[in-house]
Design a protein around this ligand. Structure first.
Ligand SMILES: [Zn+2]
Length: 212
């Protein structure tokens, strides 16, 4: 099982373009008013896995991401969040992993606040079986606003093998919230599973938001 308390010793043969990062408005390049991310059909979750450090649900769906077609592959969860906003961590981060026909990976990260109970998260919690992988039939709720805002940058997987060349969309205005009860359930079942933020190393970070 992946041990987050010894993460500084995770093998990393890459190193200069790692994720997560601390996202800041200052220094980010304003590149548009909204991230170009659209779920083209409802994402369906078909299999739920206890991977010991988080819950991972495999599924299917299709998205348009900056004009390109991607398939939805899986969703998993981090508590607290991995990406920081000006040094601050949200309590929860959802990773929607996408891949296209030539193997390019795009992770759409949702930075989630505590608020209302989310029905999809509750189904995922209710159908969780410790130590098991089992079939599920869960339709993902509409977790993303019509005009998603946030950040776009090139990074890596946040778990070994920490492979680089992963494109990140970090959405800061998702419509999904997690209730304090749901968050408590997650923390009771899993240790903190956030990788520490990594050096930016002069990477370009784009911000998509309405101009003030
Ligand atoms: Zn993740």
């Amino acid at each position: 099982m992946l041990n987050y308390t010894t993460q500084s010793r995770w093998p990393n043969g890459f190193g200069s373009q790692q994720s997560p990062i601390d996202l800041k408005n200052v220094g980010a390049v304003h590149a548009g008013t909204a991230l170009d991310f659209e779920m083209r059909n409802a994402y369906g979750l078909t299999s739920e896995i206890d991977d010991q450090t988080t819950i991972r649900d495999l599924g299917d769906g299709a998205a348009t991401i900056f004009g390109r077609q991607f398939a939805f592959v899986q969703v998993h969860f981090h508590a607290p969040a991995e990406h920081l906003l000006a040094g601050q961590a949200k309590p929860f981060e959802i990773h929607l992993v996408h891949q296209n026909s030539i193997g390019q990976l795009v992770v759409v990260a949702l930075l989630v606040d505590v608020g209302e109970t989310d029905a999809t998260l509750q189904q995922i919690i209710d159908q969780f079986e410790p130590g098991q992988t089992q079939p599920v039939h869960i339709q993902l709720g509409k977790w993303v606003a019509e005009q998603p805002i946030g950040f776009h940058y090139l990074g890596s997987l946040t778990t070994p093998p920490l492979t680089e060349g992963v494109e990140w969309l970090v959405i800061t205005n998702p419509t999904v919230t997690i209730s304090s009860r749901q968050l408590a359930w997650f923390k009771a079942h899993f240790q903190p599973n956030n990788r520490q933020v990594q050096p930016l190393n002069n990477r370009r970070v784009e911000i998509y938001t309405k101009q003030e």
